[in-house]
Design a protein around this ligand. Structure first.
Ligand SMILES: CC(C)(COP(=O)(O)OP(=O)(O)OC[C@H]1O[C@@H](n2cnc3c(N)ncnc32)[C@H](O)[C@@H]1OP(=O)(O)O)[C@@H](O)C(=O)NCCC(=O)NCCS
Length: 173
């Protein structure tokens, strides 16, 4: 029922199915958001037709002070509106969380609707201030404070400390 595939292993029809799902699940899913969801590993629920649920993990670099952290960043978690609250979001997250040993931590930027799902799965709010690394150095991203969640495992990160992400076009977090 749940399948995990790298982006390059997905057919054009499967990618189109994922894009259709995120467009219906989110009201404002941009082309930048779509680009952010590609290039890593996808977990998807497909049942003879539309993609019913999806999420992906892409590799990013975060920094806690001077300490670089390899991060599996979770993107585009979405369940079709007709099949929500049936455990599909949890199934997608479980398949992505299996990738945690490959990284120092998993992280994501939670929508309001995503928060109960992540909290129910043991994800923690990053309480410290966030920033993005630019060519001029770190720039604070206060608009993202309070919506970054991590599954830190044994990496020993300080959730009250500052956290910086690498730069990318569109939403940096
Ligand atoms: C967030 C989302 C992916 C959840 O998917 P889902 O398949 O409905 O989630 P599940 O059925 O696996 O829910 C698992 C648990 O998460 C929590 N949860 C999920 N949605 C919830 C909601 N709307 N209200 C309260 N708790 C919720 C509950 O603890 C739930 O367990 P329960 O149903 O036994 O109470 C889905 O609502 C969605 O696609 N929303 C729109 C897109 C979005 O915001 N995605 C998140 C991006 S960060």
């Amino acid at each position: 029922m749940i399948r995990r595939s790298r982006t390059a292993e997905l057919t054009a029809a499967e990618l189109a199915g994922i894009r259709a799902l995120v467009d219906v699940a989110f009201t404002d899913f941009s082309d930048h958001d779509w680009a952010h969801a590609l290039g890593g590993v996808h977990a998807l629920v497909l049942e003879e037709g539309p993609v019913l649920a999806h999420g992906s993990v892409v590799s990013r670099r975060l920094f806690q002070g001077e300490r670089p952290l390899s991060c599996g960043y979770v993107e585009a978690v979405a369940v079709h509106p007709d099949t929500q609250r049936r455990g599909l979001g949890s199934a997608v997250m479980a398949a992505l969380e299996d990738l945690a040993p490959a990284y120092d931590l998993l992280a994501l930027s939670a929508s309001e609707r995503g928060v109960p799902l992540y909290v129910s799965r043991g994800w923690s709010l990053w309480r410290g201030p966030s920033s993005v690394l630019t060519s001029d150095g770190p720039v604070a991203t206060p608009e993202d404070d309070g919506s970054i969640y991590v599954l830190a495992g044994a990496s020993g990160v300080d959730l009250d400390g500052p956290i910086t992400c690498d730069w990318r076009p569109g939403d940096v977090w």
